[in-house]
Ligand binder design. Structure first.
Ligand SMILES: [Cu+2]
Length: 145
C-alpha cells in the first residue's frame, strides 16, 4: 500500500512537472510583417513541444487562425478561430500542423506548428491542393525547419 501511494505521488508530481514545463507561445496575425511581407503570421514557423499552448493574437484587424484539414497529424482535434479574436490551441501530438487565415489563405497567410521531432517535412504538401502563394510560403517555412 505504501509503495502504491509513493507510485501515485510520482505520477502526480510528473504530471505537475509536465504542465509547469509546457510553454505558452504567442503568434501575431499581421497585415504587414516585420520583414515587409503582407498578411502573415509572425512567427510563421512555430516550434513547439507536446503540451505547449499556441495563442494566435489579432494584433492587426481582419485575421483568424484555423488548422487545415489534411495538413495536421492523424487523429488530432482541429481548431478554428473567429476573425479578430484570440484563439489558443494545445498541441497534443508530435508532427506538423498547417495553419491558415481563411480569408487570406489564397494569398499565402499560412503558418506551420512543428511539434517534437518525428515528422516528415518532405511529404507535408504531397498531394495537397493549395494556391501557388500558399505553397511558396509553406516551402519557405519548411526550409527553415
Ligand atoms: Cu488574414
Amino acid at each position: 500500500m505504501r509503495y502504491l501511494l509513493i507510485g501515485f505521488e510520482i505520477v502526480i508530481l510528473s504530471m505537475v512537472a509536465f504542465f509547469v514545463n509546457a510553454a505558452e507561445i504567442e503568434v501575431k496575425m499581421l497585415n504587414k510583417g516585420s520583414d515587409g511581407q503582407k498578411m502573415v503570421f509572425e512567427p510563421a514557423l512555430i516550434v513547439a513541444n507536446v503540451g505547449d499552448t499556441i495563442t494566435f493574437l489579432p494584433t492587426q484587424k481582419g485575421h483568424m487562425a484555423a488548422s487545415i484539414k489534411g495538413l495536421v497529424p492523424d487523429g488530432v482535434e482541429s481548431f478554428k478561430g473567429k476573425i479578430n479574436k484570440v484563439i489558443s490551441y494545445i498541441v497534443t501530438t508530435e508532427g506538423l500542423y498547417g495553419v491558415r487565415c481563411t480569408p487570406h489563405f489564397g494569398i499565402g497567410m499560412v503558418a506551420i506548428i512543428a511539434v517534437g521531432s518525428s515528422f516528415e517535412k518532405d511529404t507535408f504538401l504531397e498531394g495537397k491542393k493549395v494556391t501557388k502563394k500558399a505553397k511558396e510560403r509553406f516551402n519557405a517555412i519548411l526550409s527553415n525547419l
